[in-house]
Design a protein around this ligand. Structure first.
Ligand SMILES: C[S@@+](CC[C@H](N)C(=O)[O-])C[C@H]1O[C@@H](n2cnc3c(N)ncnc32)[C@H](O)[C@@H]1O
Length: 502
């Protein structure tokens, strides 16, 4: 139980005998991590009327297991507060030294000080809680939720990083007053979306990424290029996206700017390339949109072929600046192994690859399939998927461009409709999960199996519950970690058509 009211009365507000309020200072134990990576502490007590009360406090940079002194900030009602850690009283049994110089001030990793074994426990808890919530209390009987499969690499695992340029640099507490804060290149400080923390070294990025960031910053400052102001929407440089093919070593720099500004950008790109001959391609994406998107309205290839390649499961993939590709190559390979096991494809089956991106899942898993049909919205990803299939010598793949909401019903009702008994479906949507109108037709079609690869347990569990409602049986839940030090966890859900599994 949390220590509440405070065992350190010297600095704790006297809250004994009443319910906690904004501004109170309390000591508590952080018990768990939430889906946003925050530490959650439970508070409990008895009020003046003798009624017991319970509340929670969510703490950014709060490490589960630690005992902390916190100030209660705004809350939702009287039961859910956000808080700020004032002091760590005891780091707890699961704390480890952070690997990164920016731990605590960078929004990139939410739990840089939590030991990895405990991270996995917390991630599994998120999966269990999501299933409990989606199935009204507990997942269907007989479904075992496996332990989270660990990532072998805790550092340098990301093959892509999107760094932000900003005209409002986050000033560290130990910097002198009045220091110049008009240029930053790095990641956002947590909760401060207009401010950018200068990143010197990113521990989770691929080796070489940090050097590129440092050069890009130095050169931009030397050349007087204006960073984007996230509040006023002015400035030139918006994002520096760096990507490396883990198996090929090919390296892409994607410079996202607010306008083409050729006279400024071309010399900047030339200098960056001079310092970093290892960069195999450099593209500029121009976007004038106010939103902080890292892809553009127009793309200009300033060096190299404008694409890089990587491999998953022995299949070679082409990656262009604006197409989705799994960001942890090694673990993506393992993810698709799990998905392939779950799919249990048989000779002559059709593999329906929904939200197929550049075709990855289908091409890695679908060698035995009679046909692979991929559905994907992003035109560039569809283009890449077609090319990837061609490179891989896969002739039995076809890709349909458009929103799954429209392309799926059209495909399933079309003249060449698929045979549900001979179809296995892999579904890998973005974090929001399926549009509420997708599970219905998908379940009604009745593919023999659905393998739902989820990057968000909450939306994944919700959609799985809808598919169960539509006649599927949930057979297995296999979480796997692709993103150490963050709250993210991927889950492979295996669903079988009820009659096929009885
Ligand atoms: C998580 S990614 C998965 C991609 C692929 N399975 C892979 O592993 O590389 C999700 C993909 O869904 C696509 N997408 C998002 N919303 C979509 C929609 N409504 N219809 C079709 N595709 C969509 C995105 O463009 C992205 O490529």
């Amino acid at each position: 139980m949390p220590a509440f009211p405070s065992q350190h009365p010297s600095s704790a507000t006297a809250v004994e005998g009443r319910r906690p309020r904004k501004g109170d200072v309390v000591d508590c134990v952080i018990e768990r991590m939430d889906a946003r990576g925050r530490g959650i502490a439970n508070l409990a007590g008895v009020d003046q009327a003798g009624e017991s009360w319970r509340a929670t406090v969510a703490l950014r940079a709060g490490t589960p297991g630690a005992t902390v002194r916190v100030r209660l900030l705004r809350g939702k009602g009287r039961r859910r507060f956000q808080g700020a850690v004032l002091e760590v009283l005891d780091e707890g049994p699961d704390a480890v030294p952070a690997r990164c110089p920016h731990a605590g001030v960078c929004g990139g990793c939410a739990q840089p000080r939590l030991g990895y074994a405990r991270q996995l426990v917390e991630k599994r808890r998120l999966v269990v809680e999501a299933l409990d919530a989606a199935f009204g209390g507990a997942p269907p009987a007989g479904v075992e939720i496996a332990a989270v499969e660990a990532a072998p690499r805790l550092s340098g695992y990301r093959n892509k990083m999107d760094f932000t340029f900003g005209a409002r640099r986050y000033v560290l507490p130990d910097e002198p007053d009045g220091v110049d804060a008009s240029f930053g290149l790095g990641l956002h400080a947590p909760g401060l979306f207009q401010k950018v923390l200068d990143v010197e070294h990113c521990d989770i990025a691929f080796e070489g990424a940090s050097e590129l960031v440092r050069s890009a910053r130095e050169l931009a400052l030397e050349m007087g290029l204006a960073p984007w102001d996230l509040r006023d929407h002015t400035g030139l440089l918006r994002h520096l996206v760096v990507r490396r093919g883990e198996h090929t070593g090919e390296l892409m720099v994607d410079l996202v700017t607010s306008e083409r500004a050729q006279e400024l950008i071309d010399p900047y790109a030339a200098q960056l390339l001079e310092r970093h001959p290892e960069v195999t391609t450099l593209v500029q994406n121009v976007t004038s949109a106010k939103a902080t998107v890292a892809y553009g309205e127009s793309e200009h290839v300033l060096h190299g072929p404008g694409r890089i390649h990587d491999e998953i499961g022995g299949v070679r993939f082409t990656i262009s600046a604006d197409s989705f590709f799994q960001t942890n190559t090694g673990q993506a390979e393992r993810l698709f192994e799990l998905a392939a096991e779950a799919a249990g494809l048989e000779e002559g089956d059709t593999l329906l690859d929904l939200y197929c991106g550049a075709g990855t899942a289908g091409l890695v898993m679908g060698a035995a399939a009679r046909e692979i049909v991929g559905l994907e919205q992003a035109p560039s990803a569809v283009r890449d998927a077609r090319q990837n299939a061609e490179y891989a010598g896969v002739r039995h793949a076809r890709y349909i461009e458009g929103d799954v909401l429209e392309t799926l019903p059209a495909l399933l009702e079309g003249a060449d409709a698929l045979d549900p008994a001979r179809t296995v479906c892999v579904v890998d949507p973005p974090r929001a999960g399926l549009h509420p109108k997708v599970p219905g037709p998908l379940a009604a079609f009745g593919a023999r199996r659905i393998v739902y690869v989820s990057c968000n347990p909450a939306s994944g569990a919700r959609d799985v519950a809808a598919l169960v409602e539509g006649g599927y049986v949930l057979r297995a839940v296999r979480p796997i970690d692709l993103f150490p030090h963050t709250p993210h966890v991927e889950v492979v859900f295996t669903l079988e058509r009820a009659e096929a599994s009885s």
